[in-house]
Design a protein around this ligand. Structure first.
Ligand code: FSX
Ligand code: SF4
Ligand code: SF4
Length: 305
């Protein structure tokens, strides 16, 4: 089964028969990816973050994380899920980067602190020499075929670590690459955390067809191409001026509670979260976690009515 790029993009937002939801990947996608993907090596590194994006990836429903790891990619290094540790693990990572120079894919989760020579995030040690996230990102970034920056912290303004104060001078992948003149393509998959489908779908697209179509912020348009407010199921309440006084109200628009849907582009309104169980606006508000400037530009998140 081979898919055209157009069919692939459609399947990324396709309907899962029997579940009555339209947010998850079509199961046919896994089969296609299994046959088409070259099991390209993937190196996943983590800087300043909460590991929320990794946890989100582990929640991938269609395809399951097992299918992702066995059928789609060859995950060679991941600080949270790999069994190896210490110098041996680092040496393996470096050897893969050299052996597959220009062919492996780098995923960066978490921000990269640049203050004081990057010493606020040390990711390991080889021969007694400490390796900083700043050094590692640049070294692997130069050798990778493409880099996927996942989560708010690795993209744009470095998310939570980059918020006002920013004493570690936390920075994003794009900014680090630009400062060093690294020309490796960067795909931004923001979110705090990023949705598992956004990460898996982007990675699958990169493996099968190359870099997907990106918006002006470097995000795949197949996931971030539409505005939440314009597509929100609560939009008719907004038009009628019917505002919800509490988060738990079944009806009413959440704008006066602080909803940032009007300023946010993502497909959460149809993809939903947690295997389709719910999404932010249903239980609270959208806090604009996929937009540049998050979190400061989206604060305060909540407003009292
Ligand atoms: Fe940041 Fe992510 Fe928010 Fe956490 O990659 S994106 S704090 S959910 O895990 O680092
Ligand atoms: Fe827009 Fe938020 Fe209201 Fe939905 S709940 S219509 S996204 S302001
Ligand atoms: Fe982020 Fe808004 Fe989507 Fe929630 S609804 S995940 S805050 S973009």
């Amino acid at each position: 089964m081979s898919l055209t790029r157009r069919e692939f993009v459609k399947l990324c937002g396709g309907t899962v028969a029997g579940l009555g939801v339209s947010q998850m990947f079509n199961p046919g996608l896994v089969k296609a990816m299994d046959q088409a993907a070259q099991k390209a090596p993937v190196i996943w590194i983590q800087g300043q973050g909460c590991t929320g994006c990794s946890v989100s990836l582990l929640n991938s429903v269609h395809p399951s994380i097992k299918e992702v790891l066995i059928k789609i990619i060859s995950l060679e290094y991941h600080p949270t899920v790999m069994a190896a540790e210490g110098e041996l693990a680092l040496e393996h990572m470096y050897s893969i980067a050299d052996e597959y120079k220009g062919k492996f894919f780098l995923i960066v989760e978490g921000a990269i602190p640049t203050a004081d020579k990057g010493l606020y995030c040390r990711v390991g040690e080889i021969g007694g020499r400490e390796i900083t996230m700043h050094e590692l990102t640049r070294e692997l970034g130069k050798k990778a075929a493409a880099t996927v920056a996942v989560g708010a912290c690795a993209t744009f303004d470095a998310g939570i670590p980059g918020a006002a104060g920013n004493v570690t001078q936390a920075s994003s992948v794009n900014k680090i690459f630009n400062a060093d003149g690294i020309g490796t393509p960067v795909i931004n998959v923001p979110g705090c955390p990023a949705h598992p489908d956004w990460m898996v779908g982007t990675l699958a697209h990169v493996l099968m067809y190359g870099v997907p179509e990106l918006d002006k912020n470097g995000r795949p348009t197949m996931f971030f191409g539409r505005n939440i407010h314009e597509n929100c199921p609560y939009r008719s309440y907004y038009e009628m001026g019917e505002m919800s006084p509490t988060f738990t109200d079944k009806e009413g628009c959440r704008y006066e509670l602080g909803c940032k849907g009007p300023y946010t582009n993502a497909d959460c309104w149809k993809r939903r979260w947690n295997g389709g169980v719910n999404w932010c606006v249903e239980n609270a508000v959208c806090i604009g976690c996929v937009e540049p400037g998050f979190p400061d530009a989206m604060s305060p998140f909540y407003m009292a009515v």
